[in-house]
Design a protein around this ligand. Structure first.
Ligand code: PM9
Length: 470
C-alpha cells in the first residue's frame, strides 16, 4: 500500500458520516427514456418542465412540495382517519402538534399553503397597504396583490448575490423596514412577511438575532410579524449549525423560540411537515382567529378539516413530530449538501452557501451569452431534462412574472434553476447521477441557444407558459 492510499484509509477510518435515520420498506420503479423520447416529450411540454408527464421523468427534482415519502407511522395513521364532517379527532391531534412544536394558540387547517395565504391576505390586508418581506415568493406575493397589497422586498442585499457567503442570507434589512415606516407610516404596513428559509434566494436561512431584532422594531411601531413557516424546520437547523449559542439546542427548541417572535404563521405542510397534501394557519390573536375560522368555511371547508380528509390531518400531525427530529433534519440537509459540494468541487456555479431544500444552479453563470429575456434558467432546465430525464424548475425571469401596475417583466437579479430534493425519497447514488448530468450539461454550455415565450397565462405564468427554441 503506498503512503497516499494508507493516509486516505486513515482519514476514512476516523470519519463519522451521517446516514438516513430510516430504511426502505416500499419502492417505486423509475422509468428511463431515450434522448429521442425526451426531445419529443419536451416539445409537447412547450419546453416547460411543469408540463411534462411524470412518467417521462427519471429523477424528479421539480419540487420538494408534496413529494416526500411518508413513514410507516404516517401510513398507519391514515387508517385511523376519522372522516366525520365536523370535529374529527384527527383535527385535535393536528391542533395539539402545531401548538406543541410551533407554539401558536389557534389553528385553522387549509388544503395547502396557498389556501392559507389566500385567507390571511384577504383578512389582514387593506387595499394600498404595503407588505415588506424577505424576498417575494410567487404564490405569497400574488395573494397579497390580489388583496390590494403592494409587496416590498426588504431582504439584505447579499441575498441577491449568488456568490455572497453570508451565513444568513434570508435576513431582513431592518434599515429598509425603518425607511418604509418613515416614508409611509406604520399604519400603511399590513404586516411584515418573514419566510424561513427563503425559497427564491436559494433556501437561505434567517438568524434568530435578526427575527428578535425585527420583533423589537415592529413592537415599537405596532406592526405584526407573520411567518411563512413552510421550511422553518430547515431554518432551525441552520441556526443550530451557524449561530452562536444554539449548537446545544434541539431543532424543536429553536423552532419554538423563533416562532415566539412572530404573531402568526401560514404553512405549506407539503414541505417540512412530510405530507403529500395539507396546509395550515396558526395565530395567537383570538379576533384574527375568529375571522379566519369564519372565512375558511367559505373557501376551504369546515374549520375542523379545511379541505383535507381526516386521514390527511392525521398524517400531518405525525409528520410534524417526525420533521422536528434532529436526526431527520441532519440527514435531509446532509443530502442537499452532498449534491452541492460535489457540484462545487467540479467548478459548477451554484448559489452559495448551499441552502436547505435544493441546489440552485446559477443560470447566468452557466450561459453568460444569453440575455435574461432569452430565459437562461428555463433553457438550463430543458437541457438537463434532455441530457438525462432529470426534472428541475426555473426560478428566474419566468417565475418572477410581471409588475402588477406597469405590466413589465420583472428582471430578478437571480436567474436560477432549482434541483429540489424531495424528503426521504432519493439515495446518494441518485445524487451522483444528478451531479454527473449537470456536469455534462455544463461542459456543453457554449453551444446552447435560449428560448422565447410563446404562451403566457395571466397568473403564476411559470406553471403553464410555453416556450420555443430561438
Ligand atoms: N412552494 C415550491 O416548489 C410549490 C410550487 S411553486 C409555487 O417551492 C413557500 C415558501 C413555498 C410554497 C410553495 C408556498 C405555497 C408558500 N410558501 O404549494 O400552495 O415554497 O402548498 O404552498 C412550491 P402550496
Amino acid at each position: 500500500m503506498n503512503s497516499q492510499s494508507s493516509q486516505t484509509m486513515g482519514q476514512q477510518s476516523g470519519r463519522r458520516s451521517w446516514a438516513e435515520p430510516w430504511k426502505i420498506k416500499v419502492v417505486e420503479p423509475l422509468t428511463m427514456t431515450t434522448r429521442e423520447e425526451r426531445k419529443k416529450a419536451l416539445v409537447e411540454a412547450g419546453y416547460n418542465t411543469f408540463l411534462l408527464r411524470s412518467e417521462d421523468v427519471y429523477i424528479d427534482l421539480l419540487t420538494d412540495s408534496g413529494t416526500s415519502a411518508m413513514s410507516d407511522r404516517q401510513w398507519a395513521g391514515m387508517m385511523l382517519g376519522d372522516e366525520a364532517y365536523a370535529g374529527s379527532r384527527n383535527f385535535y391531534h393536528l391542533e395539539a402538534a402545531i401548538q406543541k412544536y410551533y407554539g401558536y394558540k389557534y389553528i385553522v387547517p387549509t388544503h395547502q399553503g396557498r389556501g392559507a395565504e389566500h385567507l390571511i391576505s384577504r383578512t389582514v390586508i387593506k387595499p394600498g397597504q404595503l407588505i415588506p418581506g424577505n424576498m417575494y415568493f410567487t404564490t405569497t406575493r400574488l395573494h397579497q396583490e390580489l388583496s390590494g397589497g403592494i409587496f416590498h422586498d426588504v431582504i439584505i442585499d447579499e441575498a441577491h448575490d449568488p456568490n455572497s457567503l453570508h451565513p444568513f442570507k434570508g435576513n431582513i434589512d431592518l434599515d429598509k423596514v425603518q425607511a418604509l415606516i418613515d416614508q409611509h407610516g406604520a399604519k400603511q404596513i399590513a404586516y411584515i412577511s418573514v419566510a424561513g428559509t427563503v425559497n427564491m434566494a436559494g433556501g437561505q436561512p434567517v438568524s434568530m438575532a435578526n427575527v428578535r431584532a425585527l420583533r423589537a422594531l415592529c413592537q415599537k411601531h405596532g406592526i405584526k410579524v407573520y411567518l411563512d413557516a413552510t421550511r422553518m424546520m430547515e431554518n432551525a437547523y441552520f441556526i443550530q449549525q451557524r449561530e452562536e449559542g444554539y449548537a446545544d439546542r434541539s431543532i424543536a427548541q429553536i423552532l419554538r423560540e423563533f416562532c415566539s417572535y412572530t404573531d402568526a404563521a401560514w404553512m405549506s405542510a407539503k414541505k417540512d411537515n412530510l405530507v403529500n397534501i395539507g396546509g395550515w394557519l396558526a395565530v395567537n390573536d383570538w379576533d384574527l382567529f375568529e375571522e379566519l375560522r369564519n372565512l375558511v368555511v367559505v373557501y376551504e371547508g369546515l374549520h375542523t378539516y379545511g379541505g383535507l380528509a381526516g386521514r390527511d390531518l392525521e398524517a400531518l400531525a405525525i409528520g410534524i413530530e417526525e420533521s422536528a427530529q434532529d436526526q431527520h433534519i441532519r440527514s435531509r440537509i446532509g443530502q442537499v449538501l452532498y449534491l452541492g459540494e460535489l457540484l462545487s468541487q467540479w467548478g459548477i456555479p451554484i448559489v452559495q452557501p448551499i441552502g436547505g431544500h435544493a441546489i440552485f444552479l446559477d443560470a447566468r453563470a452557466f450561459y453568460p451569452h444569453l440575455k435574461q429575456i432569452e430565459f437562461p434558467a428555463q433553457t438550463l432546465a430543458a437541457e438537463l431534462y434532455l441530457d438525462s430525464g432529470i426534472r428541475s424548475m426555473e426560478r428566474g425571469i419566468a417565475s418572477a412574472g410581471r409588475d402588477a401596475t406597469t405590466g413589465d417583466h420583472y428582471y430578478p437579479k437571480l436567474e436560477l434553476t432549482r434541483l429540489t430534493i424531495p424528503r426521504r425519497v432519493y439515495t446518494q447514488a441518485h445524487m451522483d447521477v444528478v451531479a454527473e448530468s449537470v456536469k455534462a450539461v455544463y461542459d456543453a454550455r457554449q453551444s446552447v441557444r435560449g428560448l422565447k415565450m410563446v404562451y403566457e397565462p395571466k397568473y403564476l405564468r411559470f406553471f403553464q407558459a410555453r416556450f420555443e427554441p430561438l
